[in-house]
Design a protein around this ligand. Sequence first.
Ligand SMILES: CSC[C@@H](O)[C@@H](O)C(=O)COP(=O)(O)O
Length: 377
Amino acid sequence: MTNDPTHVKLNRLMLESAQIERLFFGEVYMRTLEWDSTAKRLKMIDQRVLPSKLELISLDTYQSVYQSIKDMAVRGAPAIGVAAAFGIVLAAQQSQAGDVDMLRADLNQAAEVLGASRPTAVNLPWALKRMLGVAGHTYSSTADLRAALLDEAQRMADEDVALNRSMAAYGAELINDGDTIIHHCNTGALATVDWGTALGVIRMAHEQGKHIHVLVDETRPRLQGARLTAWELSQYGIPYDIISDNAAGYFLHTGQVNKVFYGGDRVARNGDVANKIGSYMLALAANANNVPVYSVVPTSTIDMELASGDEIPIEERDQDEVLNIQFQNQPATPKGASARNPAFDVTPHELISGIVTEKGVIYPPFEIHLAKIMQES
Ligand SMILES: CSC[C@@H](O)[C@@H](O)C(=O)COP(=O)(O)O
């Protein structure tokens, strides 16, 4: 097996426009990522081209899964974790190993590659560890091990949807009829296998009949808010306005916002939350104006090994993501300009009002309450 996942060409499935309209949230339902049991491939929605195009990519190697995570064709902490789990299924399929031990060695190698795709979301190492744990059991044949890996990845995908619905039910209790909510990044169905975390809470409150207005942070530089969250909200029929990230303080200070909701990529055991860049500034402005801030995360996003957010690795992405913008159809930045592009920041736990998990809403002191829920099976 080659260990070089770079420059892997992703197979693109072009869809007829009539198919596209019915594909997602429509008559023909599809998850963000799905195992195609006929083709034995992983199918996923290519999030780089939304909302102007809805295209699928079909992946048949773990190297292409690595590439899809790194390039953010698939993104969002829970979706990344499940994609990596299916990456291990593909690695098992690719392997020519003649016995179980040799297959395990190939899987370990693939896990190392997949684990290096993006550093911040803990769901990635969490999912890989779970897959390698299954690989560690006793099997009488490589076929049995391959089958067990596929079962585990499918189980993880199904669990993700169930956990999201459970978080949504707890989180929706925090939302009142008439609330205006600022939401950061994309935490919807697209960031998970289906349904979503913070956006799933908003969606549940909407389905309960509450009238909600969402102020959608555009989320520079990759515009997950303006492109993906706005697209999802229009599918669900939830009223929204896109705002530039730097407008959030204005809306908070002028009393136009009731709550802030975002997701999380890694929560340290003291409750510090790493999330999409800009979350920290948003939480500061919200706290200064007495507006509560909620982070919605499955317990797989909680990293009890880290004492505080200072230990969370922060991904720094290519500067071109910041520089390649246009103003009046012209490049907006001077030739040769340089940029910094941290993809995440850490909100200190003091600024977080509550952490919504599938086990309920956790309130301060987070250190004590997180330890308690993480001990429950
Ligand atoms: C389920 S969403 C939680 C986070 O993964 C989300 O808020 C986020 O920061 C996503 O970042 P991204 O860089 O788009 O993968």
